[in-house]
Design a protein around this ligand. Structure first.
Ligand code: NAP
Length: 271
């Protein structure tokens, strides 16, 4: 069965819009965009469009790629102190001369809707509720919940250990009482590990999950999204081969991508 992120996310977006229509004070999202990376521009434009559709006030603060780090840090201070701004996003990647660590550490955890700050990631890892959960893993759990797919007691295999997807996904599955295995580029016998999984979350960025690895009853969540040699958007899972075997599977596009946006908007509305 296909896990339809497009439909589930559209429902969440409508619910958020409805919720905001009854609120006098609207959330205010400030997005900092540095440089002219084409993909980043598209992501920011989409976030702003979706936010405004829901009724969130959204502002994009743009800087050229040679902007001084201090100016960006001062802007973050200003946004942190603004009583109007409720949510801050800094679009990654940053130009090389700007320290990602310094930028992330400067954002107020109470406005950190991406869950990038040490306070929020630290809270997540020691089991204290963060102010916000990271968008992609939270969106994946929302999708599993929408289909009533249980997590407790299941063996979840997370492929990838990035700070934005793999690691927080593993933490959140653990908090839901899954038994979690984290795999990465140095993992041996990845295929054997995947065979034992009830739930596979793949966040790598290349074709990694093939049909011979998949246990018939598993739930396959494909986070990866990139263009193949023909320029088509594709994911980590060989969808054609795996779909007939898996119990549930997310398509690319139309699976995790729209859930990430809905989950981010959920955080902004919460802010
Ligand atoms: P990342 O920071 O590049 O991390 C990739 C991870 O994959 C690393 O932990 C790496 O291991 C692991 N890896 C690489 N080759 C491997 C292999 N052969 N076997 C097992 N593991 C391997 O990536 P990310 O930011 O998490 O993103 C991953 C993918 O998800 C990308 O395609 C990205 O575009 C996509 N993404 C999609 C969404 C969405 O909303 N749909 C959101 C975020 C990301 P090491 O740590 O050992 O290097």
């Amino acid at each position: 069965m296909i896990l339809d992120g497009k439909t589930v996310s559209a429902k969440i977006i409508e619910e958020l819009k409805e919720e905001l229509s009854h609120r006098a004070k609207k959330p205010y999202l400030a997005v900092i965009l540095i440089g002219d990376d084409a993909a980043s521009r598209v992501y920011v434009r989409n976030k702003k469009k979706k936010a405004e559709y829901i009724g969130i006030k959204a502002e994009v603060i743009e800087y050229p790629s040679n902007i001084e780090e201090e100016i960006v840090l001062n802007k973050i201070d200003e946004l942190n102190n603004s009583p109007e701004v409720t949510a801050i996003l800094v679009q990654m990647p940053l130009p090389e001369h700007i320290s990602k660590e310094k930028i992330i550490c400067r954002i107020s955890p109470q406005k950190d809707v991406d869950c990038f700050t040490p306070e929020n990631t630290g809270r997540l890892s020691i089991g204290i509720k963060p102010y916000f959960y990271p968008a992609t893993p939270q969106g994946i759990l929302m999708l599993l919940d929408a289909y009533n797919i249980p997590v407790e007691g299941k063996h979840a295999v997370v492929i990838g250990r990035s700070n934005i997807v793999g690691k927080p996904m593993a933490q959140m599955l653990l908090q839901r009482n899954a038994t979690v295995t984290i795999c990465h580029s140095k993992t041996k016998d990845l295929d054997k590990i995947i065979k034992t999984a009830d739930i596979v979350v793949s966040a790598v960025g290349k074709k990694i999950v093939r049909c011979k690895m998949v246990n018939k009853k598993s739930v396959i969540i494909d986070v990866g999204i990139y263009r193949d040699s023909n320029g088509n958007l594709t994911g980590d899972v060989d969808f054609k081969e795996v779909e007939p075997l898996a119990e549930y599977i997310t398509p690319v596009p139309g699976g995790v991508g729209p859930m990430t946006i809905a989950s981010l908007m959920y955080n902004v509305v919460k802010s």
